[in-house]
Design a protein around this ligand. Structure first.
Ligand code: UDP
Ligand code: MG
Length: 136
C-alpha cells in the first residue's frame, strides 16, 4: 500500500554558504522526492528558537539557534512514498562522522552542528514544521 507523505527539509546555512543547494536538490530528485514548495529565507534568532523549541533544554540549543539564523537557508516541502523516513535515511546520522557512505550528511556535512540538512523526524512533526514555514 502506498503511503504518500510530505516532510520538511532545510538546507542549512553551511550548505547554502558553499552553494550546494542545487546539488542537494538534485540528490532529493534522484532519490524519488518531489520538491512541492521551496523558498530561500533568512530567519531571526527568535524564529529559530521557536522552530527548535523541542531542544530548549539541550546544552546545544543556543548555539543551534544562533547557527540556523546565521545566514540564508532553503526550506522545502518534499513529497514521496514514506517521505519522512526516507528523508531521514537519505540525510544520514546527525553527526557526519557517523553517517553512512552516500548520505547527504556524509557527503556535505562539516561537523555535528554544521551538518548541512534538517529533516522532520515523524509525520506529526512534519505537519507542524511544514506549517511553521509554509502557512499562508
Ligand atoms: N546538534 C548539535 N550538537 C549535538 C546534537 C545536535 O549541534 O550534540 C544540532 C545538529 O545540527 C542537529 C540539530 O542540533 O541537526 C538537531 O538535533 P537532533 O538531535 O534533532 O538531530 P537531527 O534530527 O537533526 O538529526
Ligand atoms: Mg531532529
Amino acid at each position: 500500500m502506498s503511503n504518500i507523505q510530505k516532510t520538511l527539509s532545510i538546507i542549512k546555512p553551511d550548505a547554502v554558504e558553499r552553494n550546494l543547494q542545487d546539488q542537494i536538490k538534485q540528490d532529493f530528485i534522484n532519490n524519488g522526492f518531489e520538491i512541492i514548495k521551496e523558498k530561500k529565507i533568512h530567519i531571526s534568532k527568535e524564529e529559530a528558537e521557536s522552530f527548535y523549541k523541542v531542544h530548549e533544554s539541550k546544552p546545544f540549543y543556543n548555539d543551534l539557534c544562533t547557527y540556523l539564523s546565521s545566514g540564508p537557508i532553503i526550506v522545502m516541502s518534499l513529497q514521496k512514498d514514506n517521505a519522512v523516513m526516507d528523508n531521514r535515511k537519505l540525510m544520514g546520522a546527525t553527526n557526519p562522522t557517523e553517517a553512512e557512505e552516500g548520505t547527504l550528511r556524509k557527503k556535505y556535512g562539516i561537523s555535528i552542528d554544521k551538518n548541512s540538512v534538517h529533516g522532520s523526524d515523524s509525520s506529526e512533526n512534519a505537519k507542524i514544521e511544514l506549517d511553521f514555514f509554509f502557512k499562508n
